[in-house]
Design a protein around this ligand. Sequence first.
Ligand SMILES: [Zn+2]
Length: 204
Amino acid sequence: MEVKGKRKCKHCEEYNDISKMVKYNEKFFCENCFIEYNTKRSRKKLTKERAYEILDKLKEEMNVFLNEISVFKEFDDYICEEYYITNLPHLYYIKMNDIKNLNRKGLRKKIDFEILLEIFKNEKFKQICRNARAKKEDLVGYDAFNYDLAVALSKYDKYVYQRKKADLNKIKNIEVRQKQEQVKVFKIESSENKNILNESDILF
Ligand SMILES: [Zn+2]
């Protein structure tokens, strides 16, 4: 997902496309402006070589930052659609930021939002949540999401573990197939495929 939006450049003071800028000491710069600003100012001037070196690093960091925004955006969009929410409350962003920054009680490991989204999209997960919610009180909208989020976070570690196991099984299966091809055994016995876990089989 492409990240759109404009930010004001500290140097030329114009609003530019965020994807063409870099972030330095919490301020945004156009790439050219970054070089100009740091090589021409009177104090703490950098050599051109050093400025370009830093710029390369900042461009990499910017890509990571943009990718993160894009993942969050995808997550937000999905949640709105899935739970019929028109406007996410401010509390949602505080909560998601807390999760991102490990500010929540009980969170020790970094949560990958791409994986969290995968959990939310998983049919078995949806079913488990729907059933659990129906038994208590029929929560809807943002309340339903909140409930499901708690479930998703509690299942996160297990899901990551099962996911890794499934990936390893896939690799193992490919290796088995390659070996079979090498010795020219074309008939793959169905019993040998028993251990393959499909993504949809990842259990909660
Ligand atoms: Zn600029």
